[in-house]
Design a binder for this molecule. Sequence first.
Ligand SMILES: [Zn+2]
Ligand SMILES: [Zn+2]
Length: 423
Amino acid sequence: MESSSSVKDTSEVIMPNTDNSMSTDEIDSYNDPLFVSNIPNGAYKWNKQNFCKFCKKGVIKMSRHLKHVHKDEDDVRKMNALPRKSEEKRQIQEQLRREGNYKYNKESLRRNKGFIMPQTRPRNKKHIEAKSYLPCVYCKGFFGKKYLYKHHERCFMNISRRKTKKVALESQLLLENYSFGTSDSFKNNIVLEMTNDEITQTAIGDFLIMKFGESIYSKLKKQHNANYIRQRMRQTARLLIIAKSIDDELEDLEDLLQPKNYDTIIKSVKILGDYNESSGEYGISALPLKIGHNLRKFASVLQTLGIMTSNTNTIQKSRHFLDLMNSEYIVVASQALTSLNHKKFNKPKYLPVTEDVKKLTVYVQRQMSTYSEALKNKGDSDSYIKLAQATLVALLLFNRRRTGEIQRITRRFPQGNKCQNIH
Ligand SMILES: [Zn+2]
Ligand SMILES: [Zn+2]
């Protein structure tokens, strides 16, 4: 029978420092930018090293390594008790292998150094950027972004065969390690509906922006507020991106919200709001006002977090920042307000001519009767959609108030209404 030390000799591999364990410190010994591990020329596909979930070493024969070195771990025990070649055993093995690689890859990504170990190594001499690979939220294996969509649906860990609309965003969230409050509702209704671009990625990667989003979401859960919440998160992420380009030592939003960074904030607001130095006016005049409002909210969220964790430093910093915002931001706000009023003043307001309103009403009524006839005769979905659209326009014309009122009427609305009693 083999001793565990001889097993160790044959199964472990072979990365830059061979004798010691593949600890995370080794990641720092790489000087190249982060890349995706590939199959070197002349090497075999099966010669892949995976990283052990428990001791983080690079290992080629993982099942043997687990069986001998980590036999006391619960998962390994469970695996060893299963019959050889059983499907369940194979799945546990695969899961452990992918989790180990995931842990290692996450550490490389955090340090932005070394390499990531994908599920299938590309046979390619070219340097592949680690950014083009993301983990599957089910099995945690890393796949090329383009392939990840396909993999998600057929992944052996996706037992319910759930389809995901925003695969890349979900993976990004997994990597950020952000734990959502009591429900996933904020994640599903707000975060996963955001456009996946640099701005959203910055928002997702920032703890405070996510906490802020979650805090306003818990207060404003109605569907029509979802866009508003996403917008506020994205506005702040844009501010953070610009602030980081001005001061490259800034790490995150919490770092930015300090009295010493107030000048950087003002510079960033001016860039974002398209400020014209000579006229002293903002091109996008509403933005500085919104950002000011956001920053105050952020500082209060930070203060609350500080109080909850008894962190005096955070409480003090956010309090001072709030004081500064209250006394100084007024200059920016008044400039923005002047620009806003100027624009409103200069913008001509056109009122509809009576004849046009009449024309529209007649047209809509004609459309309604045409499609209601068509629906009776043919009963097709196209006529139904057209009739519904025409009815909506007719209601809007009749109501002549805010469009949102009708837009948000639900099917349940008449049931709770007193008009039922009329009949
Ligand atoms: Zn191990
Ligand atoms: Zn998977």
